[in-house]
Design a protein around this ligand. Structure first.
Ligand code: PGA
Length: 243
């Protein structure tokens, strides 16, 4: 079941998302959570790390796994998901998760890197909470159009929409990236709680397609209509076409 929570501001939606993550971890202190990279989750991470640091959320027994990464980029590269998480999550936390796994897009053996993520999720999972953004093509992580909904961790070509949008992460530079490595829809659908964050009018059409259109792998996020406990946490601009 999808619940749509609409907030007047980005700050309010970010606080609400962090609170939901906190509640989920309170119920399952040894749980596994996953956060994405991208622009959208910055506010949620600011709130989440603040709550952890003031002891409102306890992550000392919880585990963390990253969602996705650009193939060819690692933690030291501007715009990588790992660099984003380092800056906005790990560097802010005064106390760490019990353990964490962050995908390395520079791994020499990408199939082995996928297996490492799968094994981590199998060891500590299924996910307690999966926080996601949504791409303009409806992707979740790098589960791009036409994805096989049953897949676990995998490497995939970037869609034309993703390749167009991605410059914003790299100071406008056109990097020669062609693939992503990502957790699969199969693992996301097993999460106890899925939270999708979106703000801004540019996301309104894809949110309408994902939530009001048919379930189809042409719009990967539409599969979440079949998730038993999914919250779309939106600002009013992103939600404009849902009402
Ligand atoms: P964004 O990316 O948060 O930068 O909009 C979302 C996504 O592509 O998943």
């Amino acid at each position: 079941m999808v619940k749509t929570d609409i907030f007047a501001s980005y700050e309010e939606m970010s606080q609400a998302a962090a609170a939901l993550v906190g509640e989920a971890l309170q119920k399952q202190p040894r749980g596994l959570c996953s956060f994405p990279g991208g622009t959208t989750p910055e506010g949620m991470l600011r709130c989440f790390t603040g709550e952890v640091n003031n002891a409102a959320i306890d992550i000392s027994h919880a585990h963390f796994v990253s969602l996705d990464e650009w193939v060819g980029l690692g933690e030291e590269d501007e715009g990588s998901c790992a660099a984003f998480l380092k800056e906005n999550l790990f560097a802010k936390l005064e106390k760490p998760f019990a353990s964490s796994f962050v995908l390395n897009g520079k791994a020499g053996d990408l199939a082995a890197e996928c297996r490492r993520q799968e094994e981590f999720i199998n060891q500590y999972g299924p996910l307690t909470v999966s926080v996601l953004g949504i791409g303009l093509n409806g992707h979740l992580g790098f589960n791009e159009e036409n994805v096989d909904f049953g897949l676990g961790s995998h490497v995939t070509p970037l869609s034309p929409v993703t390749r167009e949008v991605m410059k914003k992460y790299f100071s406008g530079k056109d990097l020669p990236l062609t693939q992503g490595i990502t957790m699969g829809i199969g693992q996301i659908m097993k999460a106890g709680l899925v939270i999708v964050l979106a703000n801004g009018a540019h996301k309104a059409d894809i949110l309408h397609a994902a939530l009001r259109g048919p379930v189809t792998n042409k719009v990967p996020a539409s599969i979440l209509q079949q998730h038993p406990n999914c919250h779309f946490i939106l600002d009013s601009a992103a939600a404009a076409k849902l009402v």
